[in-house]
Each structure stands twice: as structure tokens, then as C-alpha cells.
Ligand binder design. Structure first.
Ligand code: NAG
Ligand code: NAG
Length: 267
């Protein structure tokens, strides 16, 4: 018995020096994701002429279609982004096109955590806020970069009990520049979560003891990177400005349990 306890003790001591394997790493390739299904005239391609590091990057595009009423996603999807209660690090590098039109501002989403709740049947007096419900998102509006957290309940009495807090991360975005983003999130629906964001290695948001996700049924919420031109849908199907063709590049995407698993510089 004494021997057994001693062995267990040594095993526990040995754990911290063991190398944790990142949960997911993608060096800007189509390989490693389910085949992308861009909407409308969107594209998702692997390219070699514009990269952050290594030989490849992903290039996403979307094209505005006058009169089109549906959405504009061009994303790659990692299904097991998180379940409520988990803590993970996420990272990626992105680059807006050298000709990106920042003014007039409109909302373009660059990454998101989202799940399909179509199967959830609320009670007769309850309501569900969304079928597909994005929780956190990462988006640009003009030259500003934002993220957000969504809290509250998935199913509630009326009206829908969800709250979105937008978090400004950076101002002065430019085209033709790679930005490196890292997130550390403890996904909690009560006030015990944490949400940290680094942009280009600088910590730009750091909050603990906050709610960071919906009180859902604990299902898998996917993590997606890619261009989702949501303003074109949400703003009455109209496009601000004159740039109806939008291009964003992504590279060095990582998910794991440590900062280095999600640091685009070391992936
Ligand atoms: C974030 O804030 C906490 C609490 O103030 C602090 O302990 C921690 O070191 C900060 N983290 C970073 C990366 O700055
Ligand atoms: C959207 O269209 C509706 C109906 O035509 C109009 O009342 C509303 O002001 C428009 N909103 C925007 C943001 O253009």
C-alpha cells in the first residue's frame, strides 16, 4: 500500500514536465477540417502566394449579391470548440486584403463559436432565442477589432434572456498586415469564467470572475475561422460602401490547453 501511494505520488510529480499535445493545429491548409461549404459566391482556398508562416495559408472571400436575402459564410469549422465548463486557448493569424475598404464601417465577422440548437424544444410558455446561436464572435467594424461574450439562457421565459457584451480590442486596423490573436476562455454561464485576449502578444482584455457563455445543455460548440460578411445580411441586406468583394487570409490556427498551443508565432 505504501509503495502504491509512493508510485502515484511520483507519477503526479512527473506530470507538469510532460509535453502537452495541442488539441488542434492547422498551418493554413484545407486538410484537417471537414470540407468547407461557403455560402452564396463565397470561396475558401488554400494558397501559397500570401502566407503568415510556412508554405500555405487559407484565403476566404465573399461577394455581395444585390437582392440576395440569405447569409454570407466562408468558414472552416472545428466541431469541438468547447463545451460549457471547459477552459481552452485558441489562436489564429489573419490578414485583411491590402485594398480592404474600412470606410464606411460595416460589420465583418472573422471567427466565431457557434452551435446548432434546432433540436431544442422549449416548453409552451418558453422561448428559444436562436436556432443557430453564436456565442463569442470576433469581428471588424471600420478599423476597429472587437470580440463579444454572450450570456444568459438558451431557453427562457419571454422575452428571450440573453445579453451580448461587445469588447473593443484594437483600433487602427490596416490592410496587408498579419494580426496574431490568442484567446484564453473558461466557458462558464455563472460568474466564475474568464476571458483573455492577446493581439500581437499584447494582452488587450483580461477579465476573470465573469460569465462567458450561455447556460445551455453542455453540447459541443464549434470554433470557426473565416469571413462571414454578416453586415450584408443583418443591415437589411444592404452593403455599405463600394467594395462588394472582400478577402481575408488565415494561417496558424491552434487550440489547446496552454498559451503556446494557440500562439500563431510558435505553432
Ligand atoms: C490577468 O489579470 C489577473 C488578475 O488581475 C492577473 O493575475 C493575471 O496575471 C493577468 N494576466 C495577464 C496575462 O496579464
Ligand atoms: C430596414 O428596412 C426597414 C423596412 O424597410 C426600415 O424600416 C429600417 O429603417 C431599415 N433599417 C436599416 C438599418 O436600414
Amino acid at each position: 500500500m505504501v509503495v502504491k501511494i509512493l508510485t502515484l505520488g511520483l507519477a503526479a510529480l512527473a506530470l507538469p514536465v510532460a509535453h502537452a499535445v495541442p488539441e488542434f493545429t492547422n498551418h493554413g491548409t484545407l486538410n484537417g477540417w471537414p470540407k468547407p461549404k461557403p455560402e452564396a459566391q463565397g470561396t475558401v482556398d488554400e494558397v501559397t502566394n500570401v502566407v503568415f508562416r510556412g508554405g500555405t495559408a487559407l484565403k476566404m472571400t465573399q461577394t455581395y449579391i444585390p437582392g440576395y436575402q440569405d447569409r454570407y459564410h466562408s468558414e472552416v469549422v472545428y466541431d469541438k470548440g468547447y463545451k460549457r465548463g471547459q477552459t481552452k486557448f485558441y489562436g489564429f493569424a489573419f490578414r485583411l486584403s491590402e485594398k480592404w475598404q474600412f470606410d464606411p464601417p460595416q460589420n465583418y465577422n472573422l471567427a466565431q463559436w457557434i452551435a446548432d440548437f434546432n433540436d431544442v424544444k422549449p416548453c409552451p410558455t418558453c422561448q428559444k432565442c436562436d436556432d443557430w446561436s453564436p456565442t463569442s464572435m470576433v469581428f471588424v467594424v471600420g478599423r476597429k477589432l472587437y470580440t463579444r461574450v454572450k450570456t444568459g439562457t438558451l431557453v427562457s421565459g419571454k422575452p428571450c434572456d440573453q445579453h451580448i457584451k461587445e469588447i473593443p480590442l484594437l483600433d487602427g486596423l490596416v490592410g496587408d498586415k498579419w494580426y496574431r490573436m490568442t484567446f484564453e476562455v473558461m466557458w462558464k454561464s455563472d460568474e466564475t469564467g474568464k476571458f483573455r485576449v492577446w493581439v500581437d502578444k499584447n494582452i488587450v482584455y483580461n477579465k476573470t470572475n465573469i460569465a462567458t457563455t450561455l447556460l445551455d445543455d453542455g453540447r459541443d460548440i464549434s470554433f470557426r475561422v473565416g469571413l462571414y460578411a454578416n453586415g450584408w445580411h443583418d443591415d437589411n441586406h444592404t452593403m455599405a460602401g463600394t467594395q462588394g468583394f472582400r478577402q481575408v487570409w488565415y494561417d496558424e490556427i491552434g487550440i489547446g490547453s496552454e498559451l503556446k498551443d494557440a500562439d500563431p508565432d510558435v505553432l
